[in-house]
Design a protein around this ligand. Structure first.
Ligand code: NAP
Length: 445
């Protein structure tokens, strides 16, 4: 029995790092009673030593030399919550190479360099754990890599970005338009001053890249994900969705399909009309959820706080204890070697779609548009027309009508080509929104 403390070097003491220190202090004795481990943080690396962290800690705990913490022979384990690629990547590599297990919350790092770092951890025979990097406080990575290891996972759909969910919730429930909802999210601190990473879908893309890599055992990086954010979602789209039994969510989707006997993987982030009765439709405000569909297990949903200091620290602490237990036992977890991922080109994707067009309000126009769709083998599930003086007609001129379609499953390439034909019609003033609709019909997969 090794009764000596497990000495932890913490890289970063911002939102997550400071919450972790506070949580570990609160839970130290309980963890000790349950695991026999005495986990103590012996060094904390930050950028600015003069900054107050709201914690009562000895000054000599802190250093601005992160590399020295990683190289310190008196430190057993590294927790990286500084964020960014540089210098986090080199620090994590150095820690692993030095035989130190690493716990990280860094989605950007893992989404771009996960395969390299997992391999480095494997060859060093130590843990690299990252529960907090995807969906913050929701324990999802461990179920995915352990409990679901034998499961033929078909699809994972996540609402993994609280900022966009908050904005869409505001638009849905208060009738706000996109810019009002964004401004409010910024005022409340839910959205950054530069919200691009969130509203552009890039934060969710990094997370789904990590999820796809683990679910499918293939190296999917953030830049391989087909990304569309929420900036083009209008109040009219939201109103259409509400009236027709849908809720619009930004979904991150990793999918494995069998196409003519060959496995096809895809990873994408885009706004989706989710049927109001689907469990993901109930995810509001800053909550996150991950919905898994497997051949054997059926449907699963994981729900909780996807960000914030305390929820994220909870996930980091779980990993820290796990890594400390493994370290003492000389064991480590592994996600195995990742294959090279070949993803389906986005144009080859297919789904049901919602289309909104503005056309000249004159007899025969609706039929002409419907026949273009029909000629291109796009079958229509529902269709509605709104005049300028109707609830959905706010943005229309007096001689215009808005025509909304929901299609059955249709290939993206064919859809784009068909929209070009529609744009060329004299009677079509503009093609507005084109948003995917979540299909649950088994025979449509
Ligand atoms: N916040 C969340 O809700 C959340 C949720 C899930 C995952 N994460 C991930 O957790 C990580 C940390 O996020 P956070 O929100 O805690 O960030 P944060 O508040 O900005 O804190 C970053 C910390 O790292 C330190 N740091 C940055 N660069 C450094 C360097 N070169 N050398 C030494 N220290 C350095 C900073 O020092 P100073 O304090 O001196 O500036 C700060 O203490 C990120 O990877 C993030 O993606 C965060």
């Amino acid at each position: 029995v090794n009764d000596s403390p497990v000495r932890v070097g913490l890289l970063g003491c911002g939102t997550v790092g400071s919450a972790l220190l506070a949580l570990l202090e609160r839970q130290h004795d309980a963890i000790s009673a349950r695991t026999g481990l005495d986990i103590i943080v012996t060094k904390v690396a930050v950028r600015d030593l003069s900054r107050s962290r709201g914690l009562e800690l000895p000054v000599d705990l802190f250093t601005d030399d992160a590399a020295a913490v990683v190289g310190d022979p008196d430190i057993d384990l590294i927790v990286e919550v500084m964020g960014g690629i540089d210098p986090a990547r080199d620090l994590v590599r150095a820690a692993l190479a030095g035989g130190k297990p690493v716990v990280t919350a860094n989605k950007a790092l893992l989404a771009d360099h996960g395969a390299e770092l997992f391999a480095a951890a494997d060859s060093a025979g130590v843990d690299l754990l990252f529960e907090a990097a995807v969906a913050g406080g929701i324990p999802f990575i461990r179920p995915l890599r352990e409990s679901l290891l034998g499961e033929p996972v078909r699809r994972v759909m996540g609402i993994m970005n609280g900022t966009t969910t908050s904005i869409l919730t505001k638009m849905t429930e208060a009738g706000a338009d996109y810019s009002e909802a964004l401004a409010e999210a910024q005022a409340l601190g839910y959205a950054e001053a530069d919200p691009t990473a969130d509203v552009g879908g890039f934060d969710a893309a990094a997370k789904i890249a990590i999820v796809a890599s683990i679910a499918f055992g293939a190296e999917v990086t953030a830049s391989m994900v087909d990304v569309e954010g929420i900036t083009a979602v209008s109040a009219d789209d939201i109103a259409f969705a509400s009236r027709n039994g849908f809720v619009i969510k930004l979904l991150a989707v990793a999918e494995r399909a069998d196409v003519d006997g060959a496995e096809q993987l895809s990873a994408a982030v885009h706004p989706v009309l989710v049927p109001a009765h689907h469990p993901l439709a109930s995810v509001r405000e800053s909550f996150n959820a991950v919905f898994v569909e497997g051949d054997a297990v059926g449907e699963l949903m994981f729900y909780g706080r996807g960000a914030g200091g305390d929820p994220t620290a909870s996930a980091v602490l779980g990993d820290l204890i796990d890594a400390a237990v493994n370290l003492r036992r000389g064991a480590h977890a592994s996600i195995g070697a990742l294959a090279v991922a070949v993803l389906r080109p986005p144009a080859e994707a297919s789904s049901a779609h919602y289309l909104s067009l503005v056309a000249v309000d004159r007899p025969g126009v609706l039929a002409a548009i419907a026949s273009v769709l029909g000629d291109n083998s796009i079958s229509i599930a529902s269709m509605s027309q709104s005049a300028a003086d109707s609830e959905l007609g706010g943005a229309l001129a007096a001689d215009e009508a808005r025509i909304d379609f929901v299609t059955h499953r249709t290939g993206r390439r064919n859809l784009e080509a068909t929209l070009d034909v529609l744009r060329s019609l004299e009677s079509v003033r503009r093609v507005g929104s084109v948003i995917r609709v979540l299909s649950e019909e088994e025979d449509e997969r």
